[in-house]
Write a protein that binds this ligand. Sequence first.
Ligand code: FES
Length: 132
Amino acid sequence: MAEAIKFTEKTLDYAKNPRNQGDMADPTAIGEVSNPDCGDSTIIYLKVEDDIIKDVTFETFGCAAAVASSSILTEMIKGKTVEEAYKMTEEAVAEELGGLPEKKMHCSVIGVEAMRKAIENYRNGVVSSDED
Ligand code: FES
């Protein structure tokens, strides 16, 4: 029998009431990443001023763990420099949620990768790369 997946209360809260969800008018940079295995995807929108992340929102088309991870990530990087945000890891995101089941760890990756892609676009002076 398949083992039931248990999420922390915090993960369930962020999945049901995602913070900073939605697109953004006039973002400085956008990053989008899909997981080829499950097809889920996340878009991160950044507003950057003087290398500081002034605002960040996300859209996730995917599972509860991906929504919760992307949502809490936006809170973790808001106000940080792009340098600091770029170093954020999926392990730190999972830890902030109080842990993710081993099988769902990969769900925390798409948000982090989408954020890094957005930062790379910002560094390249473009809003988004068409080949995304
Ligand atoms: Fe696809 Fe979670 S199952 S991101």
